[in-house]
Ligand binder design. Structure first.
Ligand code: DP6
Length: 345
């Protein structure tokens, strides 16, 4: 890490800035629950695919102004959206030994806050852009640890392809050092994901609040977390064996188990809608017809279906047939977060 002294107060305008692009990721073995809230340390390890759709582009420009200004999709952020970014920048400023405020301009091309990993692409792009703007010289692993502190799942979007997030050990500083993401070597498997968007609206309960309540109150949480550790080991082996059906089976059971644990929270949390269930039924029907298609669902009603690239047209058509409320997007493995040369957009 490079230590940069605070800029000379007499300087007319501080010009340091960075622009980065990052894509969302969909977990095949989910992250659900923190063992240390302040450090974003997960209870379990998780594994995801970084997508090639819905990129977020973020510019961080240091200013001489008195406060951080955050512009998300053209609107100035206030309340929680602003304070999450400000807290994240405070953490970056602490590490860089600098105290300038920043202007953050972020454009997200996917649905925001609808359970389609917008916080993952958002904080991955912010981490990369802010590290550049504040002069932090970090490698990919360190960048993933920084992104994790904006939103846990963001640590996985630092890398492309299949990515594992190690839960790490301990809390506080020790946990922080050992909890990072890393890519799984090689183009081991190259499937498609058909994202069935049934609802674009931002969800009523954030995944942060929902996972806190699930951990604290659901009698199904511990059994899910224990099963998830086994799922992670089996998933890594299934990916290495290039066995799409095993990857899909593990992903589907892991996601449905996570939703079962939420249903048992007190009060119960239910992200699944009748439309989500209709898609799940169609996935079962596809399998009965011999198509290897498997569903996963994050903290929202939208369903993502894993299948072989060659089956994509059939799966896509079958999901659209479920009703006019379904809009689909096909995704494949996408790249990790990257700085945009030249910075300014
Ligand atoms: C269901 O990463 O959004 O998508 O760390 O509190 O910001 P915070 O939570 P977040 O949770 C993602 C939950 C999930 C599963 C996953 O991506 O692994």
């Amino acid at each position: 890490m490079t230590f940069m002294p605070a800029a000379d107060a007499a300087a007319p305008r501080i010009r340091d800035e960075g622009t980065a692009v990052a894509h969302p990721n969909i977990a095949l073995v989910k992250y659900w629950g923190k063992r240390d809230e302040s450090m974003f340390l997960p209870v379990t390890g998780s594994l995801s695919m970084t997508l090639d759709i819905y990129p977020t582009t973020t510019t961080v420009r240091l200013t001489a102004g008195p406060a951080d200004v955050v512009v998300l999709n053209g609107n100035t952020a206030t309340g929680t959206a602003h304070s999450r970014v400000e807290r994240f920048l405070d953490m970056i400023r602490g590490k860089a030994g600098r105290d300038e405020r920043a202007e953050v301009i972020s454009t997200n091309t996917g649905p925001t806050g609808a359970g389609l990993a917008s916080s993952a692409s958002g904080f991955a792009a912010l981490a990369a852009a802010a590290a550049a703007a504040y002069g932090l010289n970090v490698d990919g692993r360190e960048l993933s640890r920084l992104a994790r502190r904006g939103s846990g799942s963001a640590c996985r979007s630092i890398f492309g392809g299949f990515v594992v997030w190690h839960a790490g050990e301990g809390d506080g500083e020790a946990g922080d050092r050992s909890s990072y993401a890393e890519p799984i070597d090689g183009d081991v498997l190259d499937p498609a994901l058909v994202v069935a968007v049934v609802d674009n609206a931002a969800k009523a309960v954030s995944s942060r609040d929902a996972m806190r309540l699930t951990c604290a109150t659901s009698p199904f949480y511990r059994p899910w977390a224990e099963a998830s550790a086994v799922d992670l080991d089996e998933m890594r082996m299934a990916i290495a064996r290039r066995e799409l059906s095993a990857v899909g089976e593990i992903a589907e059971r892991n996601a449905l188990g996570m939703h079962a644990s939420m249903l048992m929270a007190r009060p119960s949390i239910r992200y699944l809608s009748p439309q989500s269930v209709a898609i799940l039924d169609r996935v079962l029907a596809l399998r009965a017809d011999g198509v290897a298609a498997y569903a996963t669902i994050d903290a929202g009603p939208n369903v993502t279906v894993l299948c072989a690239r060659s089956d994509t047209p059939r799966v896509d058509a079958a999901l659209r047939e479920v009703g006019d409320f379904v809009d689909t997007r096909v995704a494949h493995l996408g790249p990790g977060a990257a700085l945009v040369p030249g910075g300014d957009r």
